[in-house]
Design a protein around this ligand. Structure first.
Ligand code: SF4
Length: 385
């Protein structure tokens, strides 16, 4: 890991480390009560050490096995536009990065990715992009409808940022099933360190609430070790997740991008990320929890270690290989050169190496009814007041 001179596992403020016995006791309580008070969670996070990580990992993996068995869900990621109108300080495709080489896939290119994905056994397509004004609601609806018609057995996940509630409703009605929108941090002060002033945490939270209410299987998430992050703020993330009760949570280490204001910041730690994955699984046993590409980027066995820590989803890339290196959110991203078929085979080998197997199926959240193909058969779920 020569390229990473610095690794940050926590930037603590005022919490105290627990003894091993106290830490195990809190992990047991987290399992029983599915949540801890913020100071307790912060202390548990700050007490990250090999023994507690092992204790949490074994417990988390057992919980994941009981919830989802030995199957790992795969999602085919299609990064269809790297244009973005926002300027998040941590992101390589922020609008302020004039060096980013921009691209949009055509509808035909997206459809070709889906065809190849279905042939390879993918039954979920994740359409991910920056907040690209070119993709109006009309264009998104058209794209969703085409994928829905061509692949009626597949789930469609969107990851295209903040939109009005009406837009989300239109996407849902067009046939999208799931939506990923990382909240990045549940702390207002931390949010302000990561984003310019035209973006607001309140709006992001409202978007997540809207998505849940409409009926999307909803994913939030955050970077581990992002600049200025403390254990107390991570505890706020856990509290927020407890309240939102999302179907998915995506976390991965913060990795700096050389053309951003955070170019010289330390990256997030591998061990802390794995520990938090385990704590998330223990807090909310039914989560769909990805072992992220960022985790694989900071360690050659990152995905496998993520699965061992309690993850049950992987999201390899189905985008055409000639655009993959342009979707550069952070430096050193792995798997930018492989064809989809190579990725799929490599992933299968990796998953089998830790005693698990790839599931060919939609991989819906276990508490969620299978959504069906028409909006009329779906049951919106209301959460949060
Ligand atoms: S994090 Fe998302 S919204 Fe922010 S600049 Fe990057 S792509 Fe755009």
């Amino acid at each position: 890991m020569e390229q990473y001179k610095q690794e940050k596992n926590m930037d603590m403020l005022g919490t105290s480390r627990l003894s091993l016995g106290e830490g195990k006791h809190l992990i047991d309580r987290l399992e029983r009560e599915h949540g801890l008070a913020n100071p307790e969670m912060a202390a548990l996070i700050e007490s990250n050490c090999p023994e507690l990580r092992d204790y949490a990992r074994v417990k988390a993996r057992g919980i994941a096995d009981r919830q989802y068995g030995k199957g790992i869900f795969i999602r085919g990621l299609i990064e269809f536009t790297n244009y973005c109108k926002n300027d998040c300080y941590y992101c390589g495709i922020r609008c302020g990065n004039a060096k980013a080489k921009r691209y949009r896939l055509s509808t035909e290119e997206v459809m070709a990715c889906c065809r190849e994905g279905e042939r390879l056994g993918f039954r979920t397509f994740v359409l991910q992009g920056g907040e690209d004004p070119y993709y109006t609601d009309e264009r998104m609806v058209e794209l969703i409808r085409r994928i829905r018609a061509a692949h009626p057995e597949c789930a469609i996940t969107l990851s295209i940022g903040e939109r009005e509630r009406e837009s989300y409703e239109r996407f849902w009605e067009a046939g999208a099933d799931r939506y990923l929108l990382r909240h990045e941090t549940a702390s207002e002060s931390h949010y302000r360190k990561l984003h310019p002033h035209n973006l607001s945490l309140e709006r992001r939270m409202q978007c997540l609430k809207n998505l849940k209410e409409i009926g999307f299987q909803t994913g939030c998430g955050f970077m581990v070790g992002s600049p200025g992050q403390t254990a107390r703020q991570l505890a706020e993330d856990f509290a927020f997740i407890r309240k939102l009760h999302p179907e998915m949570v995506g976390i991965g280490p913060f990795i700096p991008h050389h053309d951003t204001p955070f170019a010289n910041e330390a990256r997030g730690g591998l061990e802390l990320t794995l520990y938090l994955l385990s704590l998330l699984r223990i807090q909310q046993p039914d989560l769909l929890l990805p072992a992220t590409t960022a985790l694989a980027t900071i360690h050659p066995r990152g995905r496998e270690m993520g699965i061992e820590a309690g993850a049950n989803v992987v999201m390899p890339n189905l985008s055409p290989s000639d655009v993959r290196d342009k979707y550069s959110l952070y430096d050193g991203k792995v798997c930018t050169g492989d064809e989809a078929a190579e990725c799929r085979e490599c992933l299968e080998r990796r998953i089998e190496s830790v005693g698990y197997h790839v599931v060919v199926g939609r991989g819906d959240h276990r508490g969620h009814i299978r959504c069906g193909m028409t909006p009329a058969t779906r049951t919106p779920m209301a959460f949060l007041n």
